[in-house]
Design a protein around this ligand. Structure first.
Ligand code: GZL
Length: 352
């Protein structure tokens, strides 16, 4: 194989170093987090670590096959844009396939990348289960795999080099902690409804678990309804409408696993003649500009940030792998919590 060109962006190096240092946290939550094998492992060597020039840069462009799970939310669109821009900046040849929420299409995309003999495969797994066979095919083909955004439930963690994505369990914990504080003096039986994300996806499983583990300390907090709304605005509106119709009286709290579902729920709440953010406290996750705008209007009370701008890290990791370097098994992006009091100051800083 000829020499490959890879431009290490200073930003990418800095951010990767930061994430590696910051990834000391040992996320609990779903099985993939509890896996004791989540330690540093050397990247499986591509047949031959790429020759590099005097600056340590591979000579020929790295070819990265990326299986993106869909385009269901503003977060996802920002994630895809970040990956495309970072590939451009790094001089990586990106083959991006959008599976539109179909795991089977993701498998097809990965098999196509294997046939094309790409250098590295990255995948944002739509759901956690069922990945062992296809990851084994990639391993047998000698192609290293990066997990982007979401986790997979595999016993053999050598099937992927690193998982670059948020700690969803911690995001659920942050949402629960905000609610405990917000309702500290509220008189008992707080009825909560939950709009969950895609069934079987690691963010939905872990956000729900982190939230429940945290609010358990208040016996008078009750999740009276929970249903999946697939991370989309349309389904968030439809499911929230159903909740309001079926509940004898409106809930005091909505916990939405992402902003798009929260935005849809706000429409349903207002159509029911209620005031989002006042009659119903709303906690959401992602941190999109649209959610921040609703927070400035007092219609969302808190947003837990979930960083979609993973592109630079993915390209950096691909470059490291092609140089035969060791990567941490888990890279967690830095994320914050924003409340309605902070929204006006932050809204114009939002990059997505
Ligand atoms: C989280 C990501 C989730 C977002 C949703 O990392 O997988 O999927 O929270 C997106 O907005 O659809």
């Amino acid at each position: 194989m000829g020499r490959r060109k890879f431009r290490y962006s200073a930003f990418g190096l800095l951010l990767l170093a930061f994430w590696i240092l910051g990834s000391g946290c040992s996320p609990a939550g779903s099985s993939v987090h509890d896996d004791p094998a989540l330690t540093e492992t050397p990247a499986p060597q591509p047949e031959t670590a790429q020759p590099s020039d005097e600056t340590g840069r591979p000579e020929k462009p790295i070819v990265l096959g990326f299986s993106q799970l869909g385009s269901e939310s503003d977060w996802r669109l920002a994630n895809t844009k970040s990956i495309q821009e970072a590939a451009q900046e790094a001089g990586v040849t990106l083959l991006l396939e959008n599976a539109e929420q179909s795991q089977e299409k993701q498998f097809q995309a990965i098999r196509s990348f294997i046939r094309q003999k790409v250098d590295v495969i990255a995948v944002a797994p739509v759901i956690q289960s069922g990945w062992e066979p296809i990851l084994k095919e990639a391993k047998q083909a000698g192609i290293p795999v990066i997990l982007s955004d979401r986790a997979v439930d595999v016993t053999d963690t050598s099937l992927y080099v690193t998982f670059i994505g948020s700690d969803f369990y911690e995001e659920g914990v942050k949402a629960g902690k905000y609610l405990l504080d917000k309702m500290r003096d509220a008189p008992g039986r707080i009825r909560i409804v939950e709009l969950a994300g895609t069934v079987g996806s690691s963010p939905s499983i872990d956000r729900g678990k982190g939230f429940r583990d945290t609010i358990r300390s208040r016996a008078d907090f009750a999740i009276v309804r929970s249903a999946p709304a697939d991370f989309t605005l349309e389904k968030g509106k439809a499911v929230m409408k159903e909740f309001l119709q079926k509940e004898p009286e409106p809930p005091q709290v909505l916990f939405a696993h992402n902003d798009d579902m929260a935005l849809g729920a706000i429409e349903a709440i207002e159509e029911a003649g209620l005031r989002p953010g006042k009659d119903i406290v709303i906690i959401s996750i992602d941190g999109t500009r649209s959610a921040f705008e609703k927070m400035t209007e007092g219609k969302i009370n808190a947003v837990i940030e979930c960083n979609p701008l993973l592109g630079p890290m993915i390209m950096q990791a691909a470059g490291e792998i092609m140089q035969g370097h060791t990567l941490p098994k888990r890279i967690v992006p830095p994320e914050s919590v924003f409340t309605e009091e902070m929204a006006a100051k932050e809204v114009n800083n939002r990059k997505y």
